[in-house]
Design a protein around this ligand. Structure first.
Ligand code: FAD
Length: 367
């Protein structure tokens, strides 16, 4: 499916700058932070390299990946892999202090790199780690940061135009960092499309030291406990997602969504009020303040389709909405609309899938 066109906010830029100040001219190139933890690279890093490539091409500059981690193969492999996703070169800071994410050494590594090599744009994933790092880096560098962007572009004077929802998601605004460098932005997983991976040998990897000692770091990692609930929920990267909203009427009725999800090997999610009511945990929420999803199939039952929900699902290839109200806003963007009672319809749909899908097919959908 084609990328949904990012609507441009109405009105022009309030603060127009005719000429780039002299001290900005040293800042060139687009950088993307490649987030890796315990040898696992977060896919949002590759999505951002795709977006970064487009910005770099428009600006006529290079695209660089930044990889921070412990010395060893994993960190270098991430730096090399970044070049298969479009980076022209990779900056690496490999140091034992960067083995587990801690704000201080990561901020120092990133700010040292920025101060040395001076990128004009720095993009990070709006993940838990990326958000923590981006705020600290922007504050240390005294520059601007636009969080949770939904679109990135370059303006006529080559400024980064970072668009994000505002006023509770009812409006989009485009934010510029005109008077500071680098221009920083975070983007949530699945907002940008995954670029195609093209196998190629890594050519330019620039290593930079971390001039820091363990005694300089206040935070200590005592042990690592994986989050079991998070490990189970993989909403942003699921191929099929079934979700329920307030129209289901009760927490007990949500089992109808779970049953359908299980029958088709899908992930399940919900609208925000269900989290607010305590029916589901926050990692299941889909939308502006929840997860952004890009499945091949999204089935929404008893969800009205408020703008804050819509922005999290409109990257889905096929949206099927089940709602009793034929005027519900979700029918404005669903590809298939079913006007009926979800409480009665969901069990029938589950039963139909169970009859038609073999366990093998279900596993294939889920994998
Ligand atoms: P409702 O709007 O109450 O809709 C329920 C729907 O179910 C109705 O359309 C009704 O016709 C239908 N229905 C009723 N009975 C049945 C039945 N038996 N069978 C089928 N259909 C039935 N919301 C999110 O989802 N995600 C977010 O990330 C998010 N972030 C927000 C951030 C901010 C700052 C704000 C202000 C709001 C946010 N919201 C978010 C809330 C959002 O505005 C809506 O209130 C919310 O999405 C509505 O949830 P809903 O569709 O489940 O409920």
């Amino acid at each position: 499916m084609a990328e949904p066109a990012a609507p441009k906010p109405a009105g022009g830029r309030a603060n127009t700058r005719k000429e780039l100040p002299e001290h900005f001219k040293a800042y060139k190139h687009v950088w993307v932070f490649v987030e890796q933890e315990r040898g696992h690279v977060h896919p949002v890093s590759w999505e951002l390299l795709g977006a970064g490539r487009q910005l770099a091409d428009k600006l006529g500059v290079e695209l660089a990946a930044v990889v921070l981690g412990p010395p060893g193969e994993g960190t270098l492999a991430a730096a090399a892999e970044a070049q298969c996703y479009g980076a022209d070169l990779s900056y690496v800071v490999a140091d034992p202090l960067l083995a587990d994410y801690r704000n201080e050494p990561y901020t120092k590594a990133m700010t040292d790199l920025v101060n040395t090599y001076k990128p004009e744009i720095l993009l990070l994933g709006a993940t838990t780690l990326g958000r923590d790092l981006a705020g600290a880096v922007a504050t240390t560098l005294l520059t601007g940061l636009t969080a949770d962007c939904t679109a990135l572009d370059v303006d006529d004077d080559k400024s980064l135009a970072a668009t994000r929802p505002t006023f509770g998601g009812s409006l989009l605004c485009t934010i510029y960092t005109l008077n500071y460098r680098p221009q920083m932005a975070t983007v949530r997983p699945r907002v940008m499309a995954m670029p195609e991976r093209v196998e190629k040998p890594a050519t330019r990897i620039i290593e930079h030291p971390l001039d820091m000692k363990e005694e300089d770091v206040v935070t200590k990692v005592l042990s690592f406990l994986p989050d079991r609930e998070q490990a189970k929920s993989n909403l942003p990267y699921a191929d099929v997602v079934v979700a329920g909203g307030l129209g289901l009427g009760s927490a007990e009725n949500f089992q109808l969504v779970r049953q359908l999800a299980s029958a088709v090997g899908a992930e399940y999610g919900c609208s925000r009020p269900l989290v607010q009511k305590g029916w589901l945990t926050a990692d299941r929420q889909i939308g502006q303040t929840g997860k952004t999803i890009r499945p091949r199939l999204y089935i929404a039952a008893g969800i009205s389709g408020a703008i804050q929900h819509r922005v999290g699902v409109e990257g889905a290839d096929l949206i099927v909405a089940i709602n009793t109200d034929k005027n519900a806003p979700i029918f404005d963007f669903a590809h298939v609309g079913i006007v009926t009672d979800a409480i009665r319809f969901l069990p029938a749909l589950t039963e139909a899938f169970r009859r038609r899908l073999s366990p093998h097919t279900r596993d294939r959908i889920a994998s």
